[in-house]
Design a protein around this ligand. Structure first.
Ligand code: ZN
Length: 160
């Protein structure tokens, strides 16, 4: 069986950046399970998985555009420190959930000044080319229930 729309694919992956730092990996954990063709994983990786079969191993480099998007400077803004009144110490790199024009987003603190905090609403991996090493562990049909819920049940997915 090949990976195609509405198939469940289970994959092991290791994600590295341009300087070969490992950013994320399923090694030592359950494989990642997703329903193909629904945009649950970044477009460049989903395209590269299309038509693959169980046991396939490959590497793919995904451009930022096909990954988590280009870095958008408009998503960086300075806000008054008072907005973080409940937080004792604010440091560069801290992440918060914030209500923005684009909805609920994770923002990262990129600069701390006396009165203002600069936050960045870009995905932490925006603007980066991503390198994936992939192993296809299994491919199967999605059940009607999985398609209805929009996520995988069982191994690598939801247990409910
Ligand atoms: Zn479910």
């Amino acid at each position: 069986m090949k990976i195609a729309d509405n198939k469940v694919a289970l994959i092991h992956y290791t994600l590295t950046n341009a300087t070969q730092d490992v950013l994320d990996s399923s090694e030592g954990q359950e494989p990642l399970a997703y329903i193909h063709g629904h945009g649950h994983i970044v477009p460049g990786l989903e395209n590269a998985l299309d038509g693959r079969s169980k046991g396939d191993r490959f590497s793919v480099t995904v451009s930022a555009q096909e990954g988590y998007g280009e870095h958008d400077e408009h998503l960086t803004q300075s806000v008054p420190r008072q907005m973080f009144s409940g937080v004792d110490e604010i440091e560069v790199g801290m992440q918060f959930h914030a209500q923005t024009e684009q909805g609920m987003q994770v923002v990262t603190v990129v600069e701390v000044a006396d009165d203002t905090i600069t936050i960045d609403g870009n995905h932490p991996l925006a603007g980066q080319d991503l390198h994936f090493d992939i192993e296809v562990v299994d491919v199967r049909d999605a059940s009607a229930e999985e398609l209805e819920h929009g996520h995988v049940h069982g191994e690598g997915g939801h247990h409910h």
